[in-house]
Design a protein around this ligand. Structure first.
Ligand SMILES: [Mg+2]
Length: 438
């Protein structure tokens, strides 16, 4: 399959992207409902908090958020979302384009968002975390060094490099300083556990690796491993009692490999978020990843519906959109798409695109993709740094499944490949070289 990348000069906003659904309707609609709920939940949390981002709790105690609102910090329309959702959609677009975990490609897409407004709700990057900005600048510098060393003419050529070239050049994709531990790694996480949920060990490891690209502190790595495990468990249908159990980590210890969680994350996994007084008891919606994780889990624990929990997260104040976006990833996976208030879904900007991306994640999710693992983009990727090298036994399972394909399935696969190609072409057209937020 050939994917043609259109020029970035063609400005296309997320709600203008032509929606193309997978041909095959899923038989497992329960899992699809959870996957869609998680991605939509992230975006709704983001959009709910966007109008009051950085407002202190005292302000929200007097003027609590009860619905999506326009204006506020960024002057957005009601339902428009911020960097949390843009980065999550960049990550999701990489996973479904590459059909794999390719950290270089993820960084390229984050850079497109930062510099060209790729998958932004306004067409440009209007907010970015300190650590993310520093990491993407570092990534750009490393790319330019590579460009000089290898004599490439354009930045776009460097963006298209296959992972084999990146590996041969010993290009380090972890672009963060070691002590970066902001909540920016957690706010965009969901696509990774949603894509790999069927192989929890892989989902947990890649959740951590996705953080390291922009947040180098071990506590960020482990916050994302733990939260990735919770999202996986929610998609698999575990009960709320199980997800919130102080024994969740020990009961799922084999998902985490040989390296134990950081002590600060173990404290949270042991139930430090269960504080009836919420803000009065020290829960804070702050920018550091540890209190942010604690606050999101508190919001999930404190309410019995998506709606109440999301409002609890936002009304903690401070980094309102990100606390609620983190909450929404887990709560959306647990409650499911159909339990999210429909009025919020209707108000959410580019809602059909996000639902469509969730369907592709479900359709392609590792390792059960009915579409060939041959790289889907114009860039042929080296698999050696990817999923297959870490857990080769899962590739064997995939091969086995493929051998059982019927003629009918092969036919529908060809149709779906064509649809995926058209959809991805539309996705890549979203963004413009003419917009720059530097
Ligand atoms: Mg934000």
């Amino acid at each position: 399959m050939k994917l043609t990348f259109p020029s970035f000069d063609e400005k296309k906003f997320p709600d203008e992207i032509k929606i193309i659904w997978p041909i095959n309707k899923p038989q497992d609609t329960v899992t699809l409902d959870r996957i869609t709920g998680s991605l939509i939940g992230l975006a709704i949390g983001d959009a709910l908090g966007a109008s009051v981002e950085f407002r202190p709790q005292s302000y929200l105690a007097a003027h609590p958020v009860t619905d999506m609102m326009a204006g506020g910090t960024w002057g957005l329309k009601a339902g428009q979302w911020t960097d949390d959702t843009s980065m999550a959609l960049c990550l999701a677009s990489s996973l479904i384009t590459e059909n794999d975990f390719n950290p270089y490609d993820q960084l390229v897409r984050y850079k497109w968002w930062y510099k060209h407004g790729y998958l932004s709700s306004t067409g440009h990057c209007f907010d970015i975390g300190t650590a993310t900005r520093a990491s993407l600048e570092e990534f750009y510098d490393r790319q330019m060094q590579l460009k000089r060393e290898f004599g490439y003419k354009t930045e776009y050529e460097i963006d298209q490099l296959p992972l084999s070239a990146i590996k041969n050049a010993k290009f380090n994709v972890n672009c963060s300083k070691k002590d970066a531990a902001g909540n920016g790694a957690l706010m965009r996480l969901a696509p990774v556990p949603l894509f790999f949920y069927q192989t929890p060990q892989l989902a947990v490891e890649f959740s951590g690796q996705s953080a390291r690209l922009t947040h180098g502190d071990d506590v960020a790595f482990d916050a994302c491993r733990y939260y990735g495990a919770l999202i996986v468990a929610a998609v698999k249908g575990e009960t709320k009692d199980s997800l919130l159990s102080n024994q969740f980590y020990s009961q799922h210890r084999n998902w985490f490999g040989s390296v134990p969680l950081h002590k600060e994350i173990i404290d949270i996994a042991s139930g430090s978020f269960k504080r009836p007084g919420g803000y009065e008891d020290g829960i804070r919606g702050k920018g550091h990843i540890v209190p942010a994780l604690q606050a999101a889990l508190w919001a999930f624990w404190s309410a019995d519906t998506f709606e109440k929990g999301a409002l609890n997260a936002v009304n903690l104040g401070d980094d309102t959109d990100t606390t609620a976006a983190i909450f929404g990833q887990l709560a959306g996976a647990y409650y499911g798409y159909r339990k999210i208030p429909s009025i919020w879904i209707e108000t959410l900007y580019a809602n059909r695109l996000i639902i469509c991306i969730a369907e592709w994640i479900h359709y392609l999710g590792y390792p059960s993709s009915p579409i060939s693992k041959t790289p889907t983009g114009s860039r042929r990727r080296d698999r050696s740094l990817s999923a297959s090298s870490i857990q080769p036994k899962y590739m064997e399972e995939t091969k086995l499944k493929r051998s059982h394909s019927t003629d009918h399935l092969k036919k529908s696969k060809r149709k779906s490949r064509r649809n995926l190609s058209r959809f991805l072409t539309n996705l890549v057209a979203c963004g413009s070289r003419s917009a720059n937020c530097n």
